[in-house]
Write a protein that binds this ligand. Structure first.
Ligand SMILES: [Zn+2]
Length: 428
């Protein structure tokens, strides 16, 4: 593989520094030189990409991803997809994330037991293109909890996108099964969800059940994630050391104090796009704003926005992404979250970008080599037409993503049009 030298780029390096003009050399799958100014790095043996002042930045991380969700308007539609079609769908979606600039994704739960693991392995072995991926279990839930979709007279687990357990023994068996399948993350549903007809502020899983799951996960050195909208469920996350806290909308002051005290351990992915778009942009699929308000989403959105602002002020790590894969928030449009962070949650554009890049390296557990443009780091890079710091929405536009590189290889190559184009791509 030839080395790649990016010249004439505005480097957003993900350290928190302001962008600067310079050059970046990629050798193999790693960054082997970052320099300010022009003609600062050796050209010999490298394919030169003269980027004409475009922004070079780290690939983004999606912190709460469901490849198995299928851009349909209902939860039932996810489950009714047969497993053969479903795995093809997941492969299709994985490529979409990569092409839209997400070079890493944190699996947040899969809909059938092995979809996430199979896709992660296929990406890692080079069978299919996709982002770096951490594979999740199904959502483990209790009877009547979020994810238990079986009607009382048809008690078949296949109806449910969750794995339903009751009591510590069933929890232990279930968690061990997913660990056997090779997941990176065990997902627990600790609170309800309005669209499933369950109060977001309900907290149905017992501490004994959670403690059993945590015990098994720790034995294998893996992590846990939780659907946790209620304040009590956020407290359960902190008490039990569940690293990935999804939603956290109703976290009260006590829950925020607890999270802040352990902020080096926890990540919060609020999935704010779900609340915004389910509340106001799902009429076409039968959820009018009035219907969403009646379900409870308007109130949750209002509370969640205030909660996230408080969290942000306390320095709790909040990351973009979450629950894309519905008809009204399709997979691939996830960079909307960065705009929402700026517009609603009090982030500066710099903070929003850092949450998608630097913090992305942290949530992927690879902060020593992922999430920044830095000598020795993995070459997951985006070339962006324009400055995302002055207009964060350009990251939502596929045409503005001029190139996507993962692990030193272009997934989307910079276009070579002619000598008069902004590109000069010359293999040495
Ligand atoms: Zn989710």
């Amino acid at each position: 593989m030839a080395d790649t030298l990016f010249t004439n780029v505005r480097i957003f390096d993900g350290s928190g520094a302001l962008p600067y003009t310079g050059e970046v050399l990629v050798r193999g799958n790693r960054i082997r030189g970052v320099a300010r100014g022009a003609r600062a790095l050796p050209v010999a043996g490298a394919t030169v990409v003269d980027a004409g002042g475009a922004t070079l930045m780290p690939g983004m991380t999606e912190a709460h991803t469901h490849f198995a969700w299928n851009d349909q308007p209902t939860l039932g539609a996810i489950q009714r997809m047969p497993v053969e079609e479903h795995i093809l769908w997941c492969a299709h979606v994985a490529e979409r994330y990569l092409s839209r600039g997400f070079t890493s994704c944190v699996g947040a739960a899969t809909a059938k037991p092995r979809l996430d693991v199979v896709i992660r392995n296929a990406i890692e072995s080079g069978q299919i293109p996709g982002p770096r991926y951490l594979a999740a279990s199904q959502e483990i839930t209790v009877p009547g909890g979020l994810g238990d979709e079986s009607p009382p007279h048809l008690p078949y687990p296949e109806f449910s996108f969750g794995a339903v357990v009751s009591g510590a023994d069933e929890m232990r068996r279930c968690v061990r099964m997913f660990l056997k399948y090779g997941v990176d993350t065990i997902k627990l549903n600790l609170s309800g969800e309005y669209i499933a007809g369950l109060a977001a502020e309900a907290t149905p899983m017992t501490d004994a059940e959670i403690a059993t799951a945590v015990e098994e996960v720790r034995k294998r050195g893996k992590r846990l994630a939780a659907h946790a909208r209620s304040s009590e469920s956020v407290k359960q996350c902190v008490r039990h050391g569940i690293e990935l806290v999804f939603h956290a909308s109703f976290a009260d002051e006590e829950a925020l104090d607890m999270l802040e005290a352990r902020k080096d351990r926890h990540f919060v992915a609020p999935g704010i796009a779900w609340l915004i778009n389910t509340s106001y942009h799902a009429s076409q699929w039968g959820i009018t704003p009035d219907a969403a308000r009646d379900m409870g989403y308007h109130r949750e959105l209002e509370v969640a926005v205030e909660t996230m602002k408080k969290m942000h002020r306390r320095g709790i790590r909040i990351l973009p992404g979450g629950d894309y894969g519905f008809a009204w928030i399709e997979h691939g449009t996830n960079a909307k979250d960065l705009e929402y962070f700026v517009k609603y949650l009090g982030f500066t554009p710099m903070e929003a970008l850092l949450s998608a890049t630097k913090l992305g390296g942290q949530i992927m557990m690879r902060e020593h080599e992922l999430g920044q443009v830095k000598d020795g780091y993995l070459a997951d890079l985006l070339l962006v037409d324009g400055d995302p710091l002055s207009d964060i929405t350009i990251l939502q536009q596929p045409s503005r993503l001029l190139a996507v590189m993962k692990d030193g290889v272009f997934h989307k190559e910079p276009e070579v049009v002619s000598a008069r184009s902004r590109w000069s791509l010359t293999a040495a």
